[in-house]
Design a protein around this ligand. Structure first.
Ligand code: ADP
Ligand code: MG
Length: 246
């Protein structure tokens, strides 16, 4: 079974066609990086997959369920989702922020809340003292680490992160990538977006190139390099777009 399957997804917002038949498939254990320039439609596709906005046409399935189906609320508990514009509650402490998510995911099982909180604290790399402070005083990198920990605390079957390193300095971005790699090593399935091809190359097992609302290539990183006789994903992407335009 595929973890994520999107087939021929179309979406027009305010007369602008943003997705033009986008299709992608994420298999279990993959780190699938959806890579393409700003405005290509990455966030729109992710929001559709997360059931936050509707599509005009197409077929999607996430963990065997269509967003909005009766089972969707249950399936959502198996997903960790970091939205592009996510930020913690500034007036809550790190712990309180994490507890908010832990209670959501544990569905009223108090022993799970504690387990998830411990997981999250370890994943965040924040000290107990830092977690006791209000998130409003955190650096951007600390805020992102807190949210990423919240995304992963409940051992989700699918982790979706929309531009997890954007706006971070080099050290903070490095830590986030290290966390993703370490979780990927434990067998988690990721769907990650980025506009940064070198980041895609660092993280991906599988890659989808998105350009103007279409997935113009999908496959393993090695497939992408050999399909375009490229040394890097950046070069492969430029050639893929060139092929599409010529
Ligand atoms: P990406 O995440 O790849 O940068 P997005 O999916 O955010 O791309 O956006 C794709 C295009 O659709 C952009 O040109 C963006 O301005 C436009 N767009 C997305 N959402 C809306 C919206 N709610 N209203 C108007 N335009 C939108
Ligand atoms: Mg985006």
């Amino acid at each position: 079974m595929h973890v994520v399957n999107a087939n021929d997804v179309w979406k027009t917002i305010k007369r602008k066609t943003i997705l033009r038949g986008a299709s992608l498939t994420v298999g279990e254990g993959q780190v699938y990086v959806l890579a393409g320039p700003n405005g290509a439609g990455k966030t729109t596709l992710i929001r559709i997959l997360m059931g936050l906005i509707s599509m005009d046409s197409g077929r999607i399935e996430v963990l065997g369920c269509k967003p909005g189906d009766p089972d969707w609320d249950k399936v959502k508990l198996d997903i960790g989702y970091l939205p592009e514009d996510a930020s913690p509650y500034d007036r809550l402490t790190g712990w309180e922020n994490l507890r908010f998510y832990a209670e959501l995911y544990s569905q009223g099982d108090p022993s799970k809340v504690e387990e998830y909180l411990e997981n999250a604290a370890a994943i965040s790399g924040l000290t107990r003292e830092e977690l006791s402070r209000r998130a409003g005083g955190y650096s951007r990198g600390m805020k992102r680490r807190l949210l990423i920990a919240a995304t992963l605390m409940h051992n989700p079957r699918l982790v979706v992160m929309d531009e997890p390193t954007s706006g971070l300095d080099v050290f903070a971005a490095y830590r986030v990538k290290r966390t993703i790699r370490s979780m990927a090593g434990k067998g988690y399935t990721f769907l990650i977006t980025t506009h940064d091809m070198s980041e895609a190359q660092e993280l991906a097992t599988h890659i989808g190139f998105i350009e103007s609302g279409r997935i113009i290539f999908q496959g393993t990183v090695e497939d992408a390099l050999s399909a375009y006789s490229a040394e890097s994903l950046e070069e492969a992407f430029v050639r893929a777009v060139g092929d599409g335009r010529s």
